[in-house]
Design a protein around this ligand. Structure first.
Ligand SMILES: C[S@@+](CC[C@H](N)C(=O)[O-])C[C@H]1O[C@@H](n2cnc3c(N)ncnc32)[C@H](O)[C@@H]1O
Length: 266
């Protein structure tokens, strides 16, 4: 019989703790000391992870911190939904750790031209722009004119912001009008549009040799592998299957924040 590896990572240890908790509850053992200890251990494992990642990651720039704070202070609930986009909320902002990850991707790919699909208030666009060499460019697609303007007013207050060009309108329409090559693409817009964006990028001339496509929310709150996914959960599950079945590409899904899949041509 093949030996099963023991849990040695935060999520596998958390899964083991929750499994033991479920077993204690199923056995109707009442609130025992063991149950209490295990519940606390599971909570500490889960609750401590994101703050620890923040602590261990290089701090964000003052411009990014200001952009994040302005985003948190805005009243998103009273905003109208633009056709083609869902309701906007401050939680859309990728933030410190993912922003630093994207900046690393810019460095590692030696990107000079970056494409973003789904900009919101501009955190990820600015994080990538800050990592570009002089003369580099981020082209950002955003369907909502209000957030596009919000982002541009934040970019105006930062040096790296001048490297960002914003195209307002449905991203697929914008992609058809773009030319030149991109070294890095970050997709973070409508989940049902993901497949169309990747298909278009792979079939167009927009990707440079060795280009990397980074796709956000590919874990979508666990819905692709948990029961009863929402429409977005189903769209992401189908997108992940499509990528996994496409022989033109290699991919890896990294459990950073809500999941980021990196894709490159084989
Ligand atoms: C999750 S947010 C992007 C967050 C941003 N990348 C960041 O890190 O802060 C998704 C954005 O995609 C935009 N969006 C949705 N559908 C779109 C479409 N068809 N074309 C362009 N942008 C779209 C939404 O308006 C929203 O601002």
């Amino acid at each position: 019989m093949t030996a099963q590896p023991r849990p040695v990572t935060p999520t596998t240890i958390l899964a083991r703790e929750l499994g033991e908790i479920a077993a204690l509850l199923d056995a109707d053992a009442g609130v025992t000391d063991e149950l209490t200890t295990r519940v606390h251990r599971a909570r500490d494992l889960a609750a401590g992870l994101d703050p620890y990642l923040d602590t261990c990651t290089t701090s964000e720039s003052a411009a990014l911190a200001t952009l994040a704070s302005r985003t948190r202070s805005a009243d998103w609930r009273s905003r109208d939904v633009v056709s083609g986009s869902g309701p906007l909320e401050m939680e859309m902002l990728s933030g410190h750790v993912e922003g630093r990850f994207l900046a690393f991707l810019v460095h590692m790919t030696r990107a000079t031209r970056v494409l973003e699909i789904g900009m919101f208030t501009g955190y990820s666009a600015l994080a990538m722009a800050e990592a570009l060499p002089a003369g580099g460019e981020v082209v950002a697609c955003e369907v909502d004119p209000y957030v596009a303007e919000f982002a541009q007013s934040c970019f105006a207050d930062s040096t790296a912001g001048s490297a960002i060009t914003v195209h307002v309108g449905p991203a697929l329409d914008t992609l058809h009008r773009l030319d030149g090559k991109f070294d890095l693409v970050f997709i973070d817009a409508d989940k049902s549009g993901y497949r169309g964006y990747v298909e278009y990028l792979l079939e167009s001339d927009l990707l440079s040799d060795g280009a990397v496509i980074a796709v956000d929310n590919t874990l979508l709150q666990g819905q692709p592998y948990a029961p009863q996914p929402s429409d977005n959960g189903r769209a992401i599950a189908e997108f992940n299957d499509y990528v996994a079945d496409d022989p033109r590409v290699q991919q890896v899904l990294i459990p950073l924040r809500d999941g980021v899949t990196l894709i490159r041509r084989t």
